[in-house]
Design a protein around this ligand. Sequence first.
Ligand SMILES: Cc1ncc(COP(=O)(O)O)c(C=O)c1O
Length: 373
Amino acid sequence: MPPFNPIVAALPATVPFVGPETQERARGRSFLARLGANESVFGPAPAVRAAVARAADEAWAYGDPEAFELRNALSALTGAAPERITVGSGIDGLLGVAARLFAGHGDAVVTSLGGYPTFSYHVDGLGARRVSVPYRDDREDWEGLAAAARAERARIVYIANPDNPMGTVWPAQAICDLRAALPEDCMLFLDEAYLDFAPEGTAPEFPADDPGVIRFRTFSKAYGLAGLRVGYALSAPEIARGFDKLRNHFGVGRVAQAGALAALGAQDWLAEVVAQVARGRSRLALIAEENGLAAIPSATNFAAIDCGGDGEFARAVLREVVARDVFIRMPGVAPLDRCIRVSVGTEADLDLFADVLPQALAAAKAGRGRNAP
Ligand SMILES: Cc1ncc(COP(=O)(O)O)c(C=O)c1O
């Protein structure tokens, strides 16, 4: 076989995410509740389902490579001019293009240790030098990120606010302070995947023409369209033109664009989903409490539940929950890995989780007495 390029050849063998489908195939059994990927189990609005069905007739045609209508509708929603908006295949896709815009082989890029991993895959794939800053008190440490950016002369700092996997949030001022603390030639990538669920005062105001920030948003969470793969980036116009140089021009299909456009018109549904998610988060906190555990206060559509022991114990709890047909995940590094992470589900999903968690805890304690709390 001809050799991979040297950057790829040096990467460890890896699979970015082991999806629930992979796990179901391995188990030979379906999950009864899918609470591990922070999707919206409430799905898209009825009007969105209808728009997607209508668009299916036109699925033979490529989507508009400029996503003109969608960008105009996003402009109306966000107040950002259309030339500041780039539509892409989810935040994940956009992060890959954005990383290529600013970082190359050997450049320092700063992110959080144990934070949302997809950005890191892109950075590693470029052969950039990834610098990872540990969380502080279960939040991404914005001061630590800024200090690392200065010390390492980084090209990019990535932060998710609210974050995944802990669901914690900084108020807007902290993000403004982070932006102000970065060197002039360092970009801030602000991932706002969960912004719709966050309290008022989470979204910072940046000047429209600030060329130092890209914010990333998605239809995968509150809008309930993870399966369609649509997200967008807000940036200064010159950066949006940079995206145009590199992006996959037909990367967002016609059906996906139609679904996202209809979703923007269904703001009542969004409000209802956000309210249901808030109720679901409270229920998750209650379930944790009933089991003598604590959920980390969350500004997202999931909760990290502190299992009260070490990572080995939480991993055992996770295994036992999964063995009882509830798909959940957990953070990958200490000390965050003392938690399991559970997405908000339907009432029935959460009833099942409430049944399963005490059994899983008992089994984990029985099996791993030494590490149990
Ligand atoms: C912080 C964060 N960013 C981005 C994504 C993925 O977004 P998208 O589906 O738009 O690629 C996720 C999904 O879990 C996430 O947690």
